[in-house]
Ligand binder design. Structure first.
Ligand code: GUN
Length: 279
């Protein structure tokens, strides 16, 4: 069997068009501030992508670039000014921050109503209680991919590989709210392959190139690859060994063109959601 390909690029394009249409209908222009501290090359690319996508959707995007040696006080001052700016509906601080700046303190300074990344403890708490408000973009995008692909989550056994605050933990919370039976596996989990073989849905978000191989996958299972890893030879691969898993899985996301485009589309949707609530 060869797995069905889940075309995240196409699903994301549809979602972006829907957001653009709703922005046109809203009668005002939502504002998004993207804050980039330092010059991490991957972060610079992500920030440019987010800024451009927001503009294409009719959102007034502003990218605020700050030097790597920006002090915590100055960064918190920038956040406060954005909190106070009525034209700004969404604030995103690109992670990771340079060494020496406490990311958690910065996240906690963002007005939860403008926290389009869904990282503020208030929003994390709502998500943990099954009452999601602003939800982290990558796991939200994964849930949308499962939905449009017709993958049943209710009663399904789901294994989430990785326990990060950005993907693994919120992913598990969303799957639980969608009535899956959820296991969070991580670097200390015993017999990772056996955990995965019991799963109807495997979500890989560990940042280790091609770690998940086909013999970890139950025939017909759904495999979602959140990883983006650059190999020394320049190739871009996920956390899943794509060719071996697609022989076994029922449905699988490619890298690139799977989860990545959904993250950006969900950021636009979150910005619109925040704007409609605030105004
Ligand atoms: N770095 C990697 N992923 C993300 C994300 O979803 N949001 C932010 N702000 N930074 C990230």
């Amino acid at each position: 069997m060869t797995a069905r390909l889940i075309d995240g690029k196409a699903v994301a394009a549809t979602l972006r068009a829907e957001v653009a249409e709703k922005v046109r209908a809203a009668g005002f222009t939502p504002g998004l501030a993207v804050v980039l501290v330092g010059e991490d090359p991957a972060s610079s690319v992500y920030v440019r992508t987010k800024d451009r996508a927001a503009r294409e959707a009719g959102i007034d995007a502003r990218t605020i670039r700050l030097p790597a040696d920006t002090s915590r006080t100055d960064l918190l001052g920038v956040i406060q000014a954005l909190n106070d700016d009525a034209a700004i509906d969404g604030i995103l601080v690109q992670l990771p921050l340079p060494n020496g700046i406490d990311a958690q303190a910065v996240i906690e300074a963002i007005d939860p109503a403008k926290d389009v990344d869904g990282f503020h403890p208030v929003n994390v708490g709502h998500l943990a209680n099954g009452r999601p408000t602003l939800v982290p973009c990558t796991p939200l995008g994964v849930m949308k991919l499962l939905r449009v692909t017709g993958i049943e989550t209710s009663g399904a056994r789901a294994v989430v590989l990785g326990r990060s605050a950005i993907v693994g933990r919120p992913m598990a919370a969303l799957l639980l709210t969608a009535d899956a039976t959820v296991t969070i596996a991580h670097s200390r989990t015993r017999d990772l392959p056996a955990q995965c073989r019991g799963a109807d849905i495997v979500i890989a978000a560990v940042g280790r190139p091609e770690m998940v191989s086909g013999d970890w996958i139950k025939p017909g299972a759904t495999v979602i690859d959140v990883g983006i890893n650059r190999l020394p030879d320049g190739r871009l691969v996920g956390d899943v060994a794509f060719e071996s898993c697609r022989e076994v899985a029922g449905a699988i996301t490619p890298v690139p063109g799977g989860v990545g485009p959904m993250t950006v589309a969900c950021l636009l949707e979150n910005t619109l959601t925040a704007a409609l609530r605030r105004r």
